[in-house]
Design a binder for this molecule. Structure first.
Ligand code: IVH
Length: 692
């Protein structure tokens, strides 16, 4: 008989489980390289939980089960920092001078002359979160504190324990006293998901819930949450960038000589350190780092608001020392802000090429993300309602990278009285046609089609753009005039323009009129792909147009292709195929195509690709019985030439059975499985249809 394990053995097992979970947690959360499946991790976790439930006195504060579970607080206790948490001087110029000034100041303070070698720096990211001090005693996390005023912060240990990336226990050999400093932040994807959950809660009537303006705001809210169970549902992350109090080298603490060594040690002990940390030499390398990170900024999964430069040599850091509350050995070099405050002067509804109605906030001009912004999209009715943007409101606008600027949120306390909520108009603001919102769709569309001058203008601009047939110089202003004056209604009208039409338009001197005529002439020589893209068929972007041109080679083949044949083109799915088919089913669209050709638009037509010549590619046939005129081999040859596969037996995967006289069990099977059955006539018709 097996004796049950004694308490000693169980307690050792609990210890072993803690060690295993800590190791695998680090691989998963910090290194992003899990070594075991999630299910196995969960199993180990539950085993430890069960042991601890049975023996509560075995629970240690550093147990992975103790990340959540603290009690709800009334307020946070104050923490006096053993070593003050300083701030750093910030250079707000977004060019190179911030880096050059810093290097010049450091060199001067160090008494270096031009002939001395360049100073070595560590360049880091400036994370946009909250500074945190993590205190470890004998390798165990005992306290986490916010920066506060730099001297005194708040004890937020319960909440910080919920951050999986922060080790609760460090490997043996770490200094007995160790304070790690770094930034608590929220990843952008975690932020989006959190806001989505918040929206759901609000939609189901939950009281006191709100969405967050940005990841920094959400992170700050989570850290200062009095209920650790709620904090645990707000996914936070952490990056280490420095240390606070530390056992001195005399007492056996580490004797690092550079900041980089310090960071490597923290990484080795299990703290996340950003991959972008770099040792660089001299001012020009700082400038290069600033530029490189600025360019990569939008691809990072979290927000940064600049970079930080630090003198690498710790002895030099000591020489440089501090001015008031800022070290002379470090500086933050900012990027242009991606968010700014401004006011909404109006809300306009714009009509796109396909009739989509987009509410756009007209803003008091504001410099954000490196450009002056006057418009910000509100996307659609639901978004505009959700954000409840009203004329007169003070709003936060965001412009990140090349993405179109958007309104992040409204400052409700600044709302002027009498401001009215936005409603989507029932009619197109340009042509007055009914605005419709399809079921399950977010967008309203003008139902006016080409009757709507806004849609006509956009279609013309789309056709004339550089990536389509390219009519150089045909811009928005000119198209507005041509359409508004009734001279141009359709695409072919463009090619019927005479010199006098153009010269009579505003700001069109004789020379520019002639330039447009030349550009129109030049645009006639094009390619099938550009022409197709230019037609503005819904869902047909540049790459789909190219794939179709390659596949079919000739326009007429596309105009006549069935949805099934269209679906054979790489990256054309059923929705796109249907959209193309619908487009060419409209007589007026075919008419436009014909007229454009009659106006002289032309392109080299190619041979259809091998698969286009094989209209039955991917289809399986079975032939059974005796056909009236075709021999069985002949039928097989015809089918195979069209790309079909001819199989010997009927299954669910068979597309068609071709049956003649005296067909036996195969016909029965086809009828049983519901496989379509063709006679010779139907087969001939199918082959003829596919080849037309
Ligand atoms: S070092 C003595 N490094 O920026 C130097 N700070 O005023 C102490 N920050 O709120 C700071 N990223 O939380 C340092 N890589 C980085 C940083 C960083 C962000 C924050 C810090 C503080 C502010 C500095």
């Amino acid at each position: 008989m097996l004796t049950p394990p004694d308490d000693d053995a169980l307690q050792r097992r609990a210890q072993e489980l803690r060690r295993l979970l800590q190791h695998h947690g680090h691989s998963y959360y910090v290194l992003d390289a899990p070594e075991i499946p999630d299910a196995e991790y969960d199993r180990l976790f539950r085993e430890l939980q069960d042991l601890e439930t049975a023996h509560p006195k075995w629970i240690t504060p550093d147990s992975p089960t103790q990340r959540v579970g603290g009690k709800v607080l009334d307020q946070f206790a104050s923490v006096r920092h053993a070593v003050p948490m300083l701030s750093i001087r910030t250079e707000t110029d977004t060019q190179s001078s911030g880096a050059l000034n810093f290097d010049a100041r450091a060199r001067k303070e160090l008494g270096l002359t031009e002939s001395d070698p360049p100073v070595e720096y560590v360049a880091e990211l400036k994370f946009d979160g909250l500074a945190m001090n993590l205190r470890y005693q004998q390798g165990v996390l005992v306290q986490a504190a916010t920066r506060g005023d730099g001297e005194t912060g708040e004890d937020v240990t319960q909440n910080i324990r919920t951050i999986s990336q922060i080790p609760l226990r460090l490997p043996s050999g770490v200094p007995p006293i160790l304070e790690v400093r770094g930034e608590v932040y929220m990843r952008r994807d975690d932020f989006e998901a959190l806001n989505e959950r918040q929206r759901q809660k609000i939609a189901t009537g939950a009281k006191g819930e709100k969405t967050f303006v940005n990841p920094r705001n959400a992170a700050a809210g989570a850290v200062r949450q009095l209920d650790p169970a709620i904090a645990a549902q707000r996914p936070l992350s952490f990056f280490a960038y420095g240390v606070g109090e530390l056992t001195s080298p005399e007492q056996g603490g580490p004797a690092w000589s550079t900041h980089y060594e310090l960071l490597q040690a923290l990484k080795g002990w299990g703290f996340p350190v950003a991959d972008q940390v770099r040792v660089v030499l001299g001012a020009s390398a700082l400038v290069a780092y600033h530029q490189e990170i600025a360019a990569a900024r939008d691809q990072l999964p979290y927000d940064i608001d600049g970079v930080v430069y630090k003198v690498n040599d710790l002895a030099l850091q000591r020489t440089l020392g501090f001015v008031t509350r800022e070290p002379r050995w470090a500086v933050a070099h900012k990027f242009p802000a991606q968010e700014q405050l401004t006011t909404v002067q109006g809300i306009e509804v714009q009509v796109g090429r396909t009739g989509k109605l987009t509410p756009v906030a007209k803003l008091a001009p504001v410099f954000v993300g490196g450009v002056t912004v006057t418009n910000a999209t509100l996307h659609n009715e639901d978004e505009a309602r959700r954000k409840d943007v009203r004329v007169g409101d003070t709003v936060i606008v965001r412009r990140a990278g090349d993405v179109i600027p958007e309104v992040v949120s409204v400052l409700p306390e600044k709302r002027v009285s009498g401001a009215q909520p936005f409603t989507m108009p029932a009619h197109c603001p340009v042509c007055g046609s009914v605005a419709v919102r399809g079921e399950g769709e977010a967008d309203h569309r003008c139902s006016g089609g080409l009757y709507c001058s806004a849609q006509r203008k956009q279609s013309i601009l789309h056709f004339a753009q550089r990536r389509a047939v390219e009519v150089e110089g045909l811009g928005e202003k000119l198209v507005d005039q041509l359409v508004d004056s009734g001279v141009v209604n359709t695409l072919p009208d463009l090619y019927r323009l005479g010199f006098s039409h153009l010269a009579s338009m505003e700001r069109m001197a004789g020379k520019s009129a002639q330039n447009i005529l030349d550009a129109l002439e030049k645009s006639k020589e094009t390619t099938l792909a550009r022409f197709l893209f230019g037609l503005g068929i819904r869902h047909v972007g540049e790459s789909t147009a190219k794939a179709m041109a390659r596949h079919f080679g000739q326009l007429d083949r596309i105009v006549q292709a069935s949805e099934e044949q269209l679906s054979q083109v790489a990256d054309v799915g059923p929705v796109v195929a249907q959209s193309i088919r619908t487009f060419f089913d409209q007589a007026h669209n075919v008419e436009v195509v014909e007229q454009l050709r009659a106006c002289g638009l032309h392109w080299p037509e190619g041979k259809p690709s091998a698969t286009a010549m094989q209209p039955l590619a991917g289809k399986t046939f079975v032939i059974t019985g005796t056909l009236p005129t075709l021999g069985r081999d002949q039928a097989k040859d015809l089918l195979e030439a069209a790309g079909a596969k001819v199989a010997g037996s009927v299954s669910k995967k068979t597309h068609y059975v071709v049956a003649g006289a005296d067909a036996g069990s195969k016909l029965d099977k086809a009828l049983e499985l519901g496989v379509p059955v063709l006679d010779e006539l139907a087969l001939r018709k199918l082959l003829a249809d596919q080849n037309s």
